[in-house]
Design a protein around this ligand. Sequence first.
Ligand SMILES: Cc1ncc(COP(=O)(O)O)c(C=O)c1O
Length: 399
Amino acid sequence: MDKKSPLPYADQTMVTLLGRDPARHSGSVSPPVERTSTRVFSTLDDLEAAHSTGKLSDFLGSATPDWLEDAVAQLEGPGSHVLACGTGMGALAIVFLSVLGSGDHLLMPDSVFWPTRKVGDGLLRRLGIDVSYYDPMIGAEIAEQIRPETRLILTESPGSNTFEVQDIPAITKAAHAAGVLVALDNSWATPLYFRALDHGVDFSISAVTKYLIGHSGALMGTVATSGEHIARLRDTANQMGSGCAPDEVFLALRGLRTLAIRLRHHGEAGLRIATWLQQRPEVLTVLHPALPSCPGHEIWQRDFTGCTGLFSITMSRLSRAELVCFLESLKLFKLGYSWGGFESLILPVYPENERTVTPWTQDGTVVRINVGLEDPGDLVADLESAFRQLAKFGQISKS
Ligand SMILES: Cc1ncc(COP(=O)(O)O)c(C=O)c1O
């Protein structure tokens, strides 16, 4: 049994058991996909009782997402309730629109996922919500950024592309002392490696698109929260007409079965490759939470129970031609957005164009790497061969 888990078995066993009950489905090992838009009732009393629960699937739409919600709630920890949403972005938007209204203030880390920043600067500002950004390494000093009208602090740990690990317990302590709620984009760690609600977070958001689905086959998101907030989230989701398709939930439940063993592989292979990259002359820094070169590494050691397969490196500043040569020489690492699937991906990222309160001053070209499920030796060989191509441009070194 996992030392930290209140569940009866280790995570690897739990993910095989949760979100299904063969006894309810003629022995079928997985819940059948229920495709429906409505439910019919024999009595008016039954119809009205179903309508009054506040749960849409009690009277309208598929109940297949309930299996996923139930499984994720158990992984997120005791007392948690989960809402499944059509995408990770949808999960973030539902939290924002449930908590914030005109005149309220939202704090976001300067390392936030770029599309989330766009929601803050676009949709939320249009609705009269003020958004400001803070240094992701701020810790307890977040208290100084809290205003009387602050209602929510978004955290994302590690930060998108630059991987700063945030001091979530310090932030939640300061926030709660001021009556402010805290949301965390926990997509990188998943509840298997960071139990957000146990660390004081009010809304634990995951882009299920990434590791839980794990096969690059669908988009989905979840929000976990306490009983206090779940009705509000469901109500917002219902008013927005947000939901997820039962066939895609089936893919998520299938992904769940192998989540623990996949994450272990992503973590081990990612760390092996990150450590190898540290020794390369072309690489200036490796931004991987499990390595001391990453801001907040000690916090990762203190609070997380594992690492996954997404990290960045800064390389000696590359010209466009050098960058194109390096990226396009790779055969296994494909150029693509998103991450968390079985396939390795690579992407140049530009934190210098995104930051507004903590300018990105590190020298070099930043490249984000998603380590998939291929053999790590093959992935190292792929990178090594691309570095050899790059060498044709002349000496590229740490100095
Ligand atoms: C950190 C983070 N949060 C949220 C999302 C959004 O997830 P989705 O693609 O399911 O909308 C992403 C997607 O890349 C992400 O990287």
